[in-house]
Design a binder for this molecule. Structure first.
Ligand code: ZN
Ligand code: ZN
Length: 353
């Protein structure tokens, strides 16, 4: 923020046509004596502006409702007729003007008060004609339509239909996972070493690599802003905000070695309804010892699938082992399939008919 300077707004006399009168100095037209209408004020160009020195702001001007005299913002009673100013009309202000560092302000231009008044009245009438909150209702309707559209597409894509399917076969699979204790090498940031035993950094392996970016200040962007104060003057001030650029942040990317349990192999068995499910045979070298080359079992999984057929589509769905075993070929099931792609079954909807 820099120092604030003050200048006069301009206005044009509506009665004799004199242009570029000063908002603070000329409360009346020096040519014909007509009072200033605060609605006619506008910003001057940079070349036209007239400075106001030692000006004290006491609020926007108030036009007396009884005699139309333009009073300053701190008056309680009209200077001309003595009427209380509570009912008076506070001067409306223009929106702020803003320009960049190397630009020049143009005048915001003379105002056609009669036309502005007429336009405002037309808008008011148009707004009154519509049902209350007409514009809002319209926005709400558009938003609702968009939401309905999204929901509709979602429902369309996930819609299912029921099919009847017959059992054509049985499959089972059992898997035992075997791990081996072994040396590993891997890479990571220096401050996040990998998990494992006897983990150590490979000497000389670290390289600088970009890890993230940060925002650093890179000068500032300034503009000059004009604000209509409603008392025939406006303020002009330079406003600056910091500008940023992003900068890479480097860090050490390193190699590590260590020891850990790692996936070695799967012992897999499978079959149909006539083959009783069994776990595969396997042996472990120096089972469960934390020495290089030793092995351990790390998990077991089993799956029992029904093969189903409905028209030209075939499906596979898992069942608990006991239920799977007691389901004969040709048994009938109902299940939901995706309406847009009948080959996609929802196995959790599978029901015996
Ligand atoms: Zn005049
Ligand atoms: Zn008055």
């Amino acid at each position: 923020m820099s120092e604030v300077k003050h200048y006069e707004m301009l206005w044009d006399c509506q009665f004799c046509g004199t242009k570029k009168l000063l908002g603070k100095t000329h409360r009346f037209c020096p040519n014909c004596g007509a009072p200033q209408n605060p609605d006619s004020r506008y910003y001057p160009s940079d070349a036209e502006k007239v400075a106001v020195e030692d000006h004290i702001f006491v609020g926007a001007d108030v036009t007396c409702a009884a005699c139309n005299y333009l009073n300053s913002g701190n008056a309680e009673f009209c200077v001309q007729c003595g009427a209380p100013l509570k009912a008076g009309k506070v001067a409306r202000t223009l929106g702020a003007q803003s320009r960049g560092m190397n630009e020049v302000f143009e005048s915001s231009g003379s105002r056609d008060i009669v036309k502005e008044k007429f336009d405002a009245e037309m808008q008011r009438v148009a707004a009154a004609d519509k049902p209350s909150g007409g514009l809002n209702m319209r926005t709400v309707a558009i938003v609702l339509a968009v939401i309905a559209g999204i929901v509709g597409v979602f429902l369309f894509l996930t819609r299912t239909e029921e099919r009847v399917a017959l059992v054509t076969g049985h499959e089972w699979e059992r898997v035992i996972t075997i791990e081996k204790y072994d040396r590993f090498t891997t890479q990571s940031w220096r401050d996040v070493p990998p998990a494992g035993d006897a983990v150590s950094l490979v000497v000389g392996s670290c390289v600088q690599r970009q890890r993230s970016t940060r925002q650093v200040q890179d000068g500032e962007t300034c503009s000059t802003v004009r604000t209509d104060r409603g008392d025939g003057t406006f303020s002009e001030q330079r406003v600056c905000s910091p500008r940023y650029r992003s900068e890479p942040v480097y860090d050490d990317w390193c190699s590590w070695t260590g020891l850990s349990w790692q996936h070695d192999r799967d012992v897999r068995t499978s079959g149909g309804l006539s083959d009783p499910p069994v776990w595969g045979e396997f042996s472990l070298s120096c089972a469960n010892e934390r020495r290089i080359g030793c092995q351990r079992e790390s998990g077991r999984e089993e799956k029992y699938l029904l093969q189903l057929k409905s028209d030209e589509f075939t499906y596979k769905c898992p069942l608990p082992q006991a239920e799977w075993q007691n389901t004969p070929i040709e048994a009938a099931f109902s299940l939901q399939v995706l309406a847009i792609d009948n080959s996609q079954a929802k196995c959790d909807t599978l029901k015996r008919k």
